[in-house]
Ligand binder design. Sequence first.
Ligand code: ADP
Ligand code: SF4
Length: 705
Amino acid sequence: MSGKNETMPADTKAVKSPYDILFEPVKIGPVTAPNRFFQVPHCNGLGHLRPRALAAMRGIKAEGGWGVVCSEEVEFHPTSEISPAVEGRIWDERDIPAHRLMTDAVHEHGSLAGIELVHNGLHGPNRISRLPPLAPSATPVDSSDPVQARAMDKTDIRNFRRWHREGALRAKEAGYDIVYAYAGHGMSTLMHFLQPRTNQRSDEYGGSLENRVRLIREVISDMKDAIGDSCAIAFRLAVDELLGDKGLAADGESRDIVGMLAELPDLWDVNVSGWSNDSATARFEPNEGYQEPYTAFVKSLTSKPVVGVGRFTSPDAMVSQIRRGVLDLIGAARPSIADPFLPAKIREDRIEAIRECIGCNICVSSDNLLVPIRCTQNPTMGEEWRRGWHPEKIAARTSEDPVLVVGGGPSGLEAALQLARRGHPVTLAEASSALGGRSLLESRLPGLASYARVRDHREGLLRTMANVEIYLGSCLDADAILEFGFPHVFLATGATWRRDGSGRANSRAISGLENLAVFTPDDIMAGRMPESGLVTVFDDDHYYMGGVIAERLADIGCEVTLVTPALTVSAWSEYTLEQGRIITRLLNKDVTLTTGRNIAQVFSDGLELACTHTDRRETIQSDALVLVTARDSNDQLYHELAEESESPEDGKLKTAGIETLLRIGDSLAPGTIANAVYLGHLAARNFQGAPWEDGLFKREIVEVN
Ligand code: ADP
Ligand code: SF4
């Protein structure tokens, strides 16, 4: 509104929000979703091992307004399991009580519970059950396990249909409202039947598209017969594998598949495949709604509701999807992880409070590493049950004590925000001219712009809080901190990349560094970098930094060689599903990739490399070297202050009235941004409560009868 003469309408309730459309109910077969917010199935490392934690996490999503909350993929038969990955399991009736925890938690908030039944086929080497995997044809499984699948005969196909039907019946008994048949991500038998490259059959289940679709048609029909009176049957289809004519494609067979099955399922859940394409990181798919070009056709071929994903975090983009007839339901996995209360915040017109997913896939890494889910933006994710954390609630302060937070990076910002939410007067001092620390600096590197959201969300909220004072350009030293006399001081002063090359592969400094121009990621982020010539990036860190620095330098015209002692480039990025894309991008930018090599010595015109297996030496020419090895905590300030406390009777800390001196984030131990945020959050939650190092949380312990 603008202009002096405008007045608020008398009945503000009559004012329609542009987002109302997102809160319309959607009928899905025999059930009705209360709104259009649909948490699509997502893995989480909780699965069948941690059902209480899982139920609490899903329940929070429902509480936050997601009208449909789905499970992860849930195996319905022991001929399909991807252990040690921790997925869902509904092999027999003994699994039902665990699922009931989840459906009850979701129903408590009026949402629908969905389950994605899966038979993994070629994707499951069956490491636990040791049963031969089943597949359309006898081909090797898609992992490197020395295992081949057995081609399903007619009896197997009959059994498969029966198992799927029985799985659906158990799902209904467990209280699910929506039950999926799943042909996505290249991870399911139904998809293996669809794909010509995995289905080499010559019977009525192979060959023509009609034949390859047959099993899906039968399975969906079986499910409808068995449970369709009260449960909606969803079909999840990967409409494009991004393999051109080598795979299923939106402008190829997928159009016919959707056409053939158009009205059979009650709901179409459509996406791209494989998982690294579906859950692409922001580094590779920066735009919201990036799947639209592939999935948009589906609605024109069916009258059934369609759900799709695309890292949707902004209500305008969501409304646009609905209004333009792309989707009926806004699907989200990661946006619901980063902010379980995203729908509620839109409904309450608190858009600025949305914690937007940064598209980093730390959440995915936890599933790949078989541990409970975590999230860079949402430190409470996965902690709902075991620590009792709620993303929107935090215990009120137990004192009125003011707190000084030194350092406005991810950890300091998170601690300041949570302490302020608890009601403490908070003073945040930041040395530089802007908040954000590494999240801001790294956001200037290629593909990492969204990392600034870590700062944006927290700064945005802190700036509105009356009990928060922020001082920029305030580099505090020990004397200043003692002089201020805050009773509680949180130090979040970050970490600095090492300039001596020591790290994993080298316990000591690399010799000869004085001979060459040497840079660190901190230099590059501050704009100091070699601008041309031969540059070697030495990556002994193995996550994203080495690769992005190489990319940055290639972009400005340097001839870049990336050397790493690891056997692959950006090795840890395998867990965030980025590694393949990183390698492709670097090769496309003509970066030379040299793996399995350490630096033995640095000369004035190059480097001597040592093979990590044989110690054989070779020399390469280089005009400059960027060391991406390890970081040192910026903990000088802590030690200066802490040393004073060694004689508590007359120590300066005591004299200054400082009761709490805590290090958090990278200044305690360098790690991921997710970890820095987590440590800031943990410290703020536990402030004036249990010592955080106690680390005690609830565990789901196997019962011994
Ligand atoms: P983390 O990830 O642990 O939050 P960062 O390196 O991202 O760490 O952030 C640390 C922040 O602390 C940086 O913005 C830095 O400028 C700031 N900082 C470091 N030392 C001081 C200090 N003595 N006084 C104020 N701010 C500081
Ligand atoms: Fe998004 Fe990263 Fe959180 Fe995953 S971990 S939900 S990608 S912010």
